[in-house]
Design a protein around this ligand. Structure first.
Ligand SMILES: [Zn+2]
Length: 462
């Protein structure tokens, strides 16, 4: 189902570039170009079915997870926990400025005519980028989607803003702050990363209180849930939110245990007047509130997105982001009215994320992996997921700005073309192994790129 016409000239150009890349990648390597060499920014290591790849290149996509920017010059609301606040850590190679795949991306987005990233060429490119942004104005983000071949993106942001309008840009809010009503000083002291992350959550909670015109916390946990948590979720839903997002794994482990409301209320009442909760007390209150927020979000028709990956950060605790840690929460019968998406597919724990797809209300997306992994690595992940639960896998990029020459549009293009290619590799394998017919492979591709998200979020044709 194509529910927004994508028939502009720009779309056709994006498609042509995508197809050209797909064809280049699927043709046998020439003698000057040994298998494994870099051409058009992609590794020639797989021969995917050309017809299937061309079909996949044409599917107008729904991107489950991005940090698309507004057109404001210093947009600071694209993430509740901006990466630039973290102490320096090694950025994955594919996100660095010298990634040769950028040449193809610049070509597709800005008609970049060069075959290198020479400084003189980049200087011209920067002029072009500024000119396009100026000329397109509020229409710039939509122009990006046409170029990339994406119909709709979910923008995971503190708030939406100029240029990011529905129906093509849909909001996913942040809710970790609601789990932490009291001082987080003790928790923040755990690592140099958490030291800078927790204060951002405190600020966001203050903003949520201000939005409700509340200047102090209610005295009881019941009051906090009824006067702060639920009204905040209701406001977000009213403003068009499709899902709420937890970035908890950047700060703590994902083992949200079952805590009785009596135990949680006791902790709340004890620290309402002030003081520093111990780690065990802070965790218990967060665990209780995580499940409360997830339950209430589900009642309001919002999905719950949960970050699960081996980064970011130099002090990040990868072991704490294992999706298996979420199993007790996923198995909570009172949460079965809420749909969960394991965002970034669990990364190194992709098999564990796949195991959670047996729960009727759990999904995975390819975001993050689409940018950081090579298409062949992502293809291996998809090859594992798709034979079991093809209706639970969502395309996502995690498109975000990574530097002055790389706005979110660059990552949007790279992550989209990468996922299309990974999907073609995985489904070609399934076709050749006799697991699926060509028709079924096309059907699964359409589900992953678009249909599963349309169903999950009940997106309506415009
Ligand atoms: Zn993200």
């Amino acid at each position: 189902m194509i529910y927004i016409p994508a028939s502009s000239q720009a779309w056709n150009m994006a498609l042509a570039v995508g197809l050209a890349l797909v064809m280049a990648c699927s043709s046998p390597p020439s003698s000057e170009e040994p298998a494994g060499s870099v051409a058009s920014g992609f590794m020639l290591t797989h021969a995917e079915d050309a017809e299937l790849a061309a079909f996949i290149a044409r599917i107008p996509a729904v991107d489950n997870h991005t940090h698309a920017n507004t057109i404001l010059p210093d947009d600071s609301e694209s993430d509740a926990l901006p990466l630039e606040k973290l102490p320096e850590f090694p950025f994955p190679a594919r996100l660095r400025p010298d990634n040769p795949e950028r040449i193809a991306a610049y070509h597709a987005l800005y008609d970049y005519p060069h075959h290198d990233l020479a400084e003189a060429h980049l200087a011209k490119l920067r002029e072009k980028m500024q000119r396009v942004a100026r000329e397109k104005g509020e229409k710039f983000p939509e122009w990006v989607l046409d170029r990339v071949g994406v119909d709709v993106v979910l923008a995971n942001r503190v708030a939406m803003g100029p240029g990011l309008a529905p129906p093509r840009f849909r909001w996913v809010s942040y809710v970790d702050a609601l789990m932490m009503p009291f001082s987080t000083k003790h928790e923040a002291a755990a690592t140099p990363d958490t030291l800078v992350l927790y204060p951002s959550e405190e600020q966001l909670l203050h903003r949520y209180l201000a939005d409700l015109q509340v200047d102090k916390l209610p005295e009881t946990l019941e009051g906090y849930i009824g006067k702060i948590v639920i009204p905040t979720l209701e406001r977000q839903r009213k403003e068009g939110c499709l899902a709420v997002k937890f970035e908890a794994a950047l700060m703590r482990s994902l083992d949200f245990e079952e805590v009785s409301s009596e135990a949680a209320s006791k902790i709340y009442s004890q620290y309402h007047p002030g003081g520093e909760p111990t780690h065990a007390e802070a965790k218990a209150l967060e665990d209780f509130l995580f499940r409360t927020i997830a339950r209430e979000a589900g009642k309001l028709g919002m999905a719950v997105h949960i970050h699960s990956f081996q980064g970011p950060g130099g002090y990040y605790r990868a072991a704490g982001s294992d999706p298996l840690l979420l199993e007790p929460a996923f198995n909570d019968p009172s949460l079965r009215g809420t749909n969960f998406v394991i965002v970034h597919g669990g990364g190194m724990y992709a098999s564990h994320a796949g195991a959670m797809l047996w729960k009727p209300n759990v999904y995975v997306d390819t975001s993050g992996m689409a940018l950081i992994y090579s298409p062949s690595t992502l293809a291996a992940v998809l090859r594992e997921w798709l034979p079991e639960h093809p209706e639970k896998v969502l395309f996502g990029t995690d498109a975000f700005a990574t530097g002055p020459d790389s706005g979110w549009e660059l990552a949007s293009w790279l992550g989209t073309i990468s996922t299309r290619r990974a999907l073609a590799i995985a489904l070609t394998g399934m076709m050749r192994d006799g697991e699926v017919t060509r028709a079924r492979a096309q059907e699964i591709a359409t589900m992953v790129m678009q249909g599963n998200a349309v169903k999950l979020y009940q997106l309506k044709p415009e």
